[in-house]
Design a protein around this ligand. Structure first.
Ligand code: ZN
Length: 324
């Protein structure tokens, strides 16, 4: 365990009781969910990854098996239920991955990435990934994701610049503790839109998926540069130091796979829109088109923004303050 940074140290926000450790185990479970299809996960693995004694790790695993039914015991350890997914084909060397939500920030970040590749003429391809973690807006976000990819390909006149997006569905009750509006899709949940440790879950699942794709394709050494719409200020698991921690953690797990994450500078919507307009050659018409296909509402109704959730309200008040 020498030199190994535990998840607890990384997040510095998890209590000692078993319930929380079990939650952590569920979250970190993503590391195994899509990787190493033959070997079951052992108590030793979990003990190492979440940084607790084996006895505690075993309690966690039993809890996961009994209460959450996310895993089951087999000979030699535990296995998680997996889904069959379209796999991308990572290459040896640098691979560009984009975590996509269909929102303005991640759409901007994808556009920026695509434009810089186009400019450098490196002929690279970006692989956009969408994670459905059970959020109410997931179907609308997924449609937006596909539309933004199509738009950028069309704008750049290059269909190979961005690969078809992959949708990963977390078929589990990972966030069952969260009564957030992002899940309920009504205004009865917690007003606070942030979902604790969501990014950590998404990243561990994404990285495991990438490791599995590389290994299944016979690639033993690869680098993954991951971009997203994550902004520095937002959450504990959204800071540069957190991403560095996750990189380190993954490095101790898979030394030949390098993961780097970039975080966006914190900016408001109008600043981001200005930058989008610039990337779209200063065209107001294109900016409007681009923004109209992105989505940010937590509770969309019939595919349209509700106008009522705190995300919609924040956009409205920004518009109003601009008009004054
Ligand atoms: Zn809304």
């Amino acid at each position: 365990m020498e030199g190994h940074k535990t998840v607890k140290e990384i997040l510095n926000s998890i209590d000692d009781d078993i319930e929380h450790i079990a939650d952590t185990a569920v979250r970190i479970w993503g590391i195994f969910q899509y990787s190493d299809r033959k070997t079951p996960v052992t108590v030793k693995d979990i003990s190492y990854i979440i940084g607790v004694p084996e006895k505690v790790a075993e309690d966690c695993l039993r809890m996961l098996e009994k209460r959450r039914k996310l895993i089951k015991k087999v000979d030699g350890g535990w296995v998680a239920e997996r889904q069959s997914l379209k796999e991308i084909k990572p290459k040896k060397g640098v691979n560009r991955i984009h975590m996509f939500s269909g929102g303005l920030d991640s759409s901007y970040s994808l556009l920026k990435e695509a434009c810089s590749i186009k400019k450098a003429m490196t002929k690279e391809t970006i692989f956009p990934m969408f994670i459905d973690y059970g959020q109410f807006a997931a179907p609308v976000e997924w449609e937006a994701t596909k539309a933004v990819v199509a738009y950028i390909r069309g704008f750049a006149g290059d269909s190979k610049l961005i690969d078809d997006p992959v949708r990963i569905s977390l078929a589990s009750d990972l966030f069952m503790w969260c009564h957030n509006v992002a899940f309920t899709g009504t205004e009865v949940g917690d007003e606070e839109p942030d979902i604790q440790n969501r990014n950590m879950v998404m990243l561990s699942v994404l990285c495991s998926y990438l490791i599995a794709c590389a290994e299944n394709g016979g690639v033993k050494t690869a680098e993954f540069k991951i971009t997203s719409g994550f902004k520095e200020k937002e959450m504990k698991d959204c800071s540069e130091s957190f991403f560095n921690g996750i990189s380190q953690l993954l490095k101790s797990y898979k030394p030949n796979m390098i993961f780097t994450f970039s975080v966006m500078k914190d900016r408001n919507r109008s600043a981001i829109k200005r930058e989008i307009k610039e990337l779209l050659h200063g065209s107001e018409v294109e900016l409007k088109k681009f923004c109209n296909i992105t989505t940010s509402c937590y509770s969309p109704k019939n595919g349209k923004a509700c106008g009522n959730c705190n995300k919609c309200k924040a956009i409205e008040s920004e518009k109003a303050s601009k008009q004054q």
